[in-house]
Design a protein around this ligand. Sequence first.
Ligand SMILES: [Zn+2]
Length: 274
Amino acid sequence: MLESRSNSRPAPLTPGGLKSHLPYLFGSRVLIVAAHPDDEVLGCGGTIRLLIEEGVEVLVLYLSDGVTSRGSHGEKLERQDIESRLSDAKLALRELGVQNFKALGLKDNQLDSYPILDIAKLIESVVGDFKPTFVITHSLSDLNVDHRVANQGVLTACRPQPSSQVRGIASFEVLSSTGWQFDSKNQFAPNLFVDISESLESKISALGFFKNEIREFPHPRSLAALESLAKSRGAQLGVPAAEGRSRVKSSRSAEAEISRSRLALLPVPGEEFQ
Ligand SMILES: [Zn+2]
């Protein structure tokens, strides 16, 4: 397991820095579980930057190296590709202000080859050490098998237990995987939105560090498509840019906190958080 700590911290987004609303929902410690390095930026990079700005501690956990399924020619080249992806991730996290990440280095696009209990135990170990108040991960609607395993692993690792401090779990959408789901009963349907108008630029900059993953528009994994999705989610709610979340689970106390934070987290019309 790789671990990293750096001393980077972005400049405040607004004079005076802290805004108080996001911690009401997310609490003081947020764990992001990403199947591959770059998913955290695609899915919730704007939110991460805002959380950091508000003094929330964020840990990003990468399950897979994101590279090994691509058939690099030889072990040495594969190792170089893995190191290159991680070094891109470090730059992206620094852009977002994240100081902590862990990389489990499991095989890319083969997470379903591990027993789900093993994946859950690995996540559970991180949850036990970090003690997150909120966990954000992939949607079960995704086409990518690693994304679905991440979702199942998180739900298993964060199952209700008396000692658990996790008061909420939400899933995010990842361009090119979440959108490629045509089963009408299994579509990603966001019911929580975070206004990322102030951090969209940082999110786009962070994704730009993954130079081997970015393609030209109209590829879904392009900077223009990322910006377009953020603006589209924002327009759903009348703000310049937003990220959508599907609320997987939240405790009653988190529900109460959500209702106190309407300014930042706008419910889908018709859904009330009471
Ligand atoms: Zn991914």
